[in-house]
Design a protein around this ligand. Structure first.
Ligand code: CTP
Ligand code: MG
Length: 234
């Protein structure tokens, strides 16, 4: 078994506002990307970590990680695509030609700096059992599907729904094949990797997510995360 980690960090962070992509911003003294890399390095000891970054973001990447950018377990970053799905595919293709092709891969959002070692272990263990495992948390809100006319179409039962997080774990060859197939068929907008595998008809196991493993998406997510980190220091 040989694990590798892909951290997708090629987004523009449009919903978060602020100057520059959110993964390069400071969060209580360290950048979001440095926190995400550290979380995965701690949870997944020794596995190489590949960051996928925007075309013009090499300097921002180096500044966000400091001297660690050049050190193991980090591999040299590769450029991403115009969608998250495209960025993951670039990362997978790069690992496929690496000297040590992995047997299993974790795919993680740079925008999720709070993945705990316990969560990462849960995902890895389940991935080794089933070939694909993703963390999901129960929803607090009722979710409705809405039509283009702004009218409610239906209300899926909340007990059947989960809010899906990363890292998501997969057998490497099946994820790469599913991504190649989705891309060839013109899909480029799938928002997580499990959806790519589902489109290929493969089963995906859900493990317990962690409500603290939030994705920093909007400005309020940054202020809430800052507040939580400063409380944790007291
Ligand atoms: N991502 C990526 N390549 C893209 C788009 C997104 O690598 N073309 C990454 C982001 O950097 C982020 C993760 O996918 O770590 C989750 O995406 P999201 O939260 O949507 O981030 P952004 O796309 O950057 O934000 P927004 O949609 O608000 O612009
Ligand atoms: Mg996005």
């Amino acid at each position: 078994i040989r694990w590798a980690v892909i951290i997708v960090a090629a987004g523009k962070g449009e919903r978060a506002g602020g100057a520059g992509p959110k993964q390069f911003r400071m969060l209580a003294g360290r950048t979001v990307l440095a926190r995400s890399v550290q979380a995965l390095a701690a949870g997944c000891k020794g596995a190489p970590i590949l960051c996928v970054i925007g075309e013009g973001d090499h300097a921002a990447y180096g500044a966000a990680l400091g001297p660690d950018a050049e050190r193991s377990p980090l591999l040299p970053p590769v450029p991403g695509g115009s969608t998250r799905q495209g960025s993951v595919l670039r990362g997978l293709q790069s690992l496929a030609t690496a000297r040590m092709r992995p047997s299993h891969v974790l795919v993680h959002d740079a925008a999720r700096p709070f993945a705990s070692p316990e969560l990462i272990t849960r995902v890895m263990d389940a991935t080794l059992r089933t070939g694909a495992a993703i963390p999901g948390a129960p929803l607090a809100d009722t979710v409705k599907r809405v039509g283009p006319n702004g009218l409610v179409r239906d209300t899926p039962p909340r007990t059947e729904l989960r809010a899906i997080q990363t890292p998501q774990g997969f057998a490497f060859d099946s994820l790469l094949a599913a991504h190649e197939k989705a891309f060839a068929s013109g899909r480029a907008d799938l928002t997580d990797d499990a959806a790519v595998l589902e489109a290929a008809g493969l089963p995906v196991e859900i493990v317990d997510g962690d409500l603290e493993n939030v994705k920093l998406t909007r400005p309020e997510d940054f202020s809430a995360a800052e507040a939580r980190l400063s409380l944790a220091l007291e």
